[in-house]
Structures are given as structure tokens and as C-alpha cells.
Write a protein that binds this ligand. Sequence first.
Ligand SMILES: Nc1ncnc2c1ncn2[C@@H]1O[C@H](COP(=O)(O)OP(=O)(O)OP(=O)(O)O)[C@@H](O)[C@H]1O
Length: 269
Amino acid sequence: MVSTNAEHIIEVRGLHSQFGRQVVHHALDLDVRRGEVLGVIGGSGTGKSVLLRSIVGLRKPEGGSATVLGVDMARASDRERRLIEQRCGLLFQDGALFSSLTVGENIRVPLIEHHRLSAKLLDELVALKLRLVGLSADAAHKYPSQLSGGMRKRAGLARALALDPELLFLDEPTAGLDPIGAAQFDELILSLKRALNLTVFLVTHDLDSLYAICDRIAVLADRQVVVVDTPDKVENYEHAWVRDYFHGPRARAAQSSAARRQDTAVSHG
Ligand SMILES: Nc1ncnc2c1ncn2[C@@H]1O[C@H](COP(=O)(O)OP(=O)(O)OP(=O)(O)O)[C@@H](O)[C@H]1O
């Protein structure tokens, strides 16, 4: 399929999310372009996770709509939902693997749910997905509790990629990883995005990730998306939270580490 950068793979229009009297989103609009990594940031409780859950259809909004690949997941039929689910991969903060299943069995879950495949083919697909995320084949026989935090994230990612999605949703994927593990995970996302032509919706607090992998950044504040643009433009956007976030001490450290990474890439390139 021919795709252009301007093609919107996700469209959120006039989204209204409310819990009791607490309004989390009001008249929120957002577009995600095919092939981009969009980072979603905002203070704690601004509704990043609620936005993600509304887009993928895990939460029905109180108003407005969120369409994925042209389908409004909150109003779709079961059949439409299943078709879209097959084209989306999800990775939540804790990796969300089933603890009573081995890694291999975890990766099989979406494959079995959506396809009828022989045991041999399932084994081959599990091995392939593990290789894709940089895990060795014997990880398939381990339980999540037997893996390090970084390996669990990779296993979660392997499961999210089981159905060869075109759209990947990541909620705080580097939370809990040490800086080296987080940087390696960022690089993995970037290389997978390029190799598999993925569109990535990334909720994160991690400034390093923003600079390392995002094409655009959307900032949630005041119940809306206050700005969505390239990192260099968002960084200079006039808004109190944006200024604190991008120009505080942690931001300067992240900017210089991103610059170092670029220098290294250039000198190796
Ligand atoms: N099921 C729920 N019931 C009641 N309130 C909820 C529910 N889910 C979310 N909220 C509220 O909605 C607001 C937004 O939550 P959300 O988890 O989306 O924030 P966030 O931006 O992802 O925050 P963080 O960065 O801390 O993870 C919060 O105030 C939260 O308490």
C-alpha cells in the first residue's frame, strides 16, 4: 500500500472523558500520521493513559470519537473490533504478561486467538518474534518471573508484535528500566519501526525517549492537546508546563545525551 506522511492512522475528535465530576479531556483533538512515532506527554493525571485506552476501545468516551484505521472502536461491531485489534499491538507499563504462562505461551495467545495455526508454525513464529526483540530462543520456556525487567519488556513487545501489527501502542515502556536498558529499548523500538514500517503511539515520561525516537510530540494539559509538533518546536512552545518540562535540569541532561547519541551515530555513519 502506498502511504504518505499526511495519512491519519488515528483521528481523535472532540474527545470528552469524565469520571464522576472530574473532566479529564474536553474537546480534545489529535491526529497520528502513518509511519510516525508520536510521543504523548503531560503531567501526572492529565489523561495520557485514558486517551490511549479510549483510542484502542478499552474505554468508551463520554463524548466525541476516536477512530483507528477508520474505525471508531467504541462504536464498532465485534467483527470490526477484532479486525482492528489484529492490526494493533499493545504494550502496557508492566509488560502485562500472564505470569502463569511461559513467554512462548504468552506470545502464542494472540496468535491462537486470531488464527488457526499448527503447533510447528506457532513454535516458528514464537522463535521469530523472540529474535525480533533480541531475546534468545530459550526465553520461550521461561516464566516472566524468571526474566529481568528489561527482558520482560522485550517479551511483552514480542507478544505485542505477534500479529505483525502496523500500529503499536506503548504505555510508559521504559518505566522501571535503568538508563542503559531504557536506551537499548528505545533503539529497539526505533529499529523495529523502520524495519516493520510501524506507526507508534508512545505515552512516556522519559525525556531521553522523546529525543531519541519521536518524530512528533503531543502535550496534554488543561484537558486538551495544547501542542503537537516536532520536538524542537514543542520544546520552545510557550506554556508553563512545557517550559518547566523541557527547560528544567533533567531536560538539559536529556538534550545533551541526545546530542551525544547523534554525534556518535554521525561519526559511525
Ligand atoms: N477508572 C477510573 N476511575 C476513576 N478515575 C480514573 C479512572 N481512570 C483514570 N482516572 C482518573 O483520570 C485521570 C487521568 O488518568 P491517567 O491514568 O490517564 O493519567 P496519566 O496522564 O496517564 O497519568 P500518569 O502520568 O500519572 O500515569 C486521573 O486523575 C485518574 O485518577
